[in-house]
Design a protein around this ligand. Sequence first.
Ligand code: GLU
Length: 416
Amino acid sequence: MSENLNPFAIAQAQLDEAAAILQLDEAMHQFLREPMREFHFTIPVRLDDGTTRSFRGFRVQYNDARGPGKGGIRFHPDETIDTVRALAAWMTWKTAVSDIPLGGAKGGVICDPREMSPGELERLSRGYMRRIAPYIGPTRDVPAPDVHTNPQIMAWMLDEYETLVNHHEPGVITGKPLALGGSQGRTPATAMGGLFTIRNAAELLDMSLNGTSCAIQGYGNVGSWAHRLGTEKFGLKVVAVSDEFGGIYNPHGLDPQVVSDHLWRTGKVADCPETENIANAELLELDVDILIPAAIENQLTANNAHKIRAKIVAELANGPTTPEADAILQDKGIYIIPDFLCNAGGVIVSYFEGVQNGYQYYWEEEMVNERLDRKISTAFEAVHNMAQNRQVPARVAAYLVAVTRVAEAVRLRGWV
Ligand code: GLU
């Protein structure tokens, strides 16, 4: 039988496992299995050739018991309501495991931003904001960047929102450019947070990071920053990286500056000087100590999990490992840093951004990184302790910590 790759079915199955261990009462379990609210809409966009095209968009507010919804917006051709639901569920567990006072939400638009001009992207971004503006805000739901969205897109969305409400409201969206109330350290935050968790895992495993080999799948904001910071701040030897078009390999390590210059010139990492081209599938199976999936969901599956040779898999992407692959990696004794812990750095610094917007006073990057380290390392420790106490893998432990916190807030509110 082939694997069920529907991300929402996977997210629900993961919750079911945690609910069974926690002996969560049935009404609470059923409530947490579904989004509290979702919006589906159509965004007509005038294209550069004068024609109009309608795009489908979604915003799912999965659970806001612990605070306003929080989560990025993806622009992706393969987006579906079920991917957005899963990502919104994972945001709920991510903010809870990080112990920040926010809930979980996510947005998406079915589109291929690589085929759109800057003008078309701006009109789509503004159109998206017009659809969701009545339902969001700093005390309701706060969007942010994700796959194929970036600070410029956040800036257009912010401007559209502020135009509609006729006042400044920088805390309505995070991941903004610095000039519009963004936070120092937000752009590299997901990668930085992930590297802090890798450092913590390496300590547990008595591994040094200096010169340790590493492969990174995905070269968007998260993957490219993981390459740069992993090399410059943590001494990792990143021997392979890839984007959706293919990968590159050099056993002596890849210079992040050379790769980003090449990417800037050509639009892909393949054919970078002093490297050998490899297929994306080969990258995952390389003999490296640390493997970082930093692209999209369902990359480590029942088909390739038995070929993974890394000691640590650090899930900087959301949902990169299917449940069947997860079981195979566990059996092989691979230490998995589960996605909603490993990649929580982005939303943690988004939370800091919202705090700074609220009191209109801005922190230095050093302070942001120090506080990020403290938050994500506290979460790492809570998950590790839970894993030890319950004798479960880190992913299950992360669910136990997060679900307990969300359920407590739901109960205190008297919802269930
Ligand atoms: N899109 C990021 C994530 O998946 C960040 C979300 C946010 O900052 O709200 O965690």
